[in-house]
Ligand binder design. Structure first.
Ligand SMILES: [Fe+2]
Ligand SMILES: [Fe+2]
Length: 299
């Protein structure tokens, strides 16, 4: 089973300033001045070419398609994503896709669901929270939503403990032995890329401890815009894979790219790809692998 994991696409969509409201104003200014130039659409086109030649069994996108959850961004993102949207695609939202109250709890369906329901997997019925699943053979892709609209200064995440219990019950009921868990916020960070309380998943240690009962093959996420892979360890007995930000030009602080995962039923093979400015294509590069689970340097 070959899976392409993409994250934090943050598509460049120009927005009329007069159409911005509330926190979208500082959010869009921040994006325009700090990030827009880092996200030329040519990287996305190269990803599409790479997917076409790879012919994967699944394409997973772990959130942050938009920047400020503007309707125009949603409309345009749907157009841009079209070449990779099929029955192989599985998407979850990121905090930028739930940026405002209007986009998240409007009178009608939230914007993300309105545009992307078809590729968000099946909703597991009778759940208090977001639990969506896509089955591929006897394997499952399980999607969580750790996001909520917050003040412009915050980007933290949270997962209800009850949702972990419902997830594990679902897997038992359906007799699913192997699964990938997809959630936008990291459940583990390398020592040099620790997040502030305003940015991290607040109860991630608790969630990780509950997952020990039935660990996934891998936890796929984004949110921090630099790639990493953590090998299974005693506290988190699963791979943690960050493919953010797949569409960003790399710099020393942002080792951008994405991963292609190959699961043979027993072992996971992980390959990393990053964009070569010289070649104008994504090329295989060394995986940024952490064998150790500890998150602090030194003592
Ligand atoms: Fe992001
Ligand atoms: Fe994010």
């Amino acid at each position: 089973m070959k899976l392409v994991h993409l994250s934090d696409l943050h598509f460049p969509v120009p927005l009329p300033f007069s159409s911005l409201k509330g926190k979208m104003i500082p959010g869009y200014l921040n994006y325009t001045f700090r990030r827009r130039k880092k996200y030329p659409i040519s990287l996305w086109n190269a990803i599409v070419r790479k997917i076409e030649t790879t012919n994967p069994d699944a394409i997973v996108i772990s959130g942050d398609i938009t920047n400020v959850s503007h309707l125009r961004e949603y409309n345009r993102s749907l157009e841009i994503l079209k070449p990779v949207l099929s029955d192989k695609t599985f998407m979850i939202p990121g905090n930028h896709d739930r940026y405002t109250k209007q986009s998240s709890y409007g009178k009608e369906m939230p914007y993300y669901e309105r545009f992307f329901s078809t590729w968000m997997g099946e909703e597991v019925p009778d759940q208090k929270g977001y639990l969506r699943v896509k089955k591929i053979g006897n394997l499952a892709l399980v999607g969580w939503d750790s996001n909520m609209p917050l003040s412009v200064l915050n980007a933290y995440g949270f997962i209800e403990e009850e949702l972990v219990h419902s997830t594990l019950e679902y897997l038992k009921r359906e007799k699913i032995e192997n699964y990938f868990l997809i959630c936008h916020h990291p459940i583990w960070n390398p020592p040099e890329r620790q997040e502030s309380p305003g940015h991290r998943m607040r109860n991630r240690e608790k969630i990780a401890s509950l997952l020990k009962e039935k660990p996934p093959i891998a936890y796929l996420h984004g949110h921090v815009h630099t790639n990493w892979v953590k090998a299974p360890g005693p506290e988190k007995p699963f791979y943690v894979i960050n493919s953010a930000s797949s569409t960003r030009i790399a710099d020393p602080r942002h080792q951008s790219g994405f991963h292609i995962l190959d699961w043979n039923g027993r072992k996971l093979d992980i390959q990393r790809f990053s964009f070569s400015l010289e070649k104008g294509e994504f090329i295989q590069t060394e995986t940024i692998l952490y064998e150790e689970e500890k998150e602090t340097n030194g003592r």
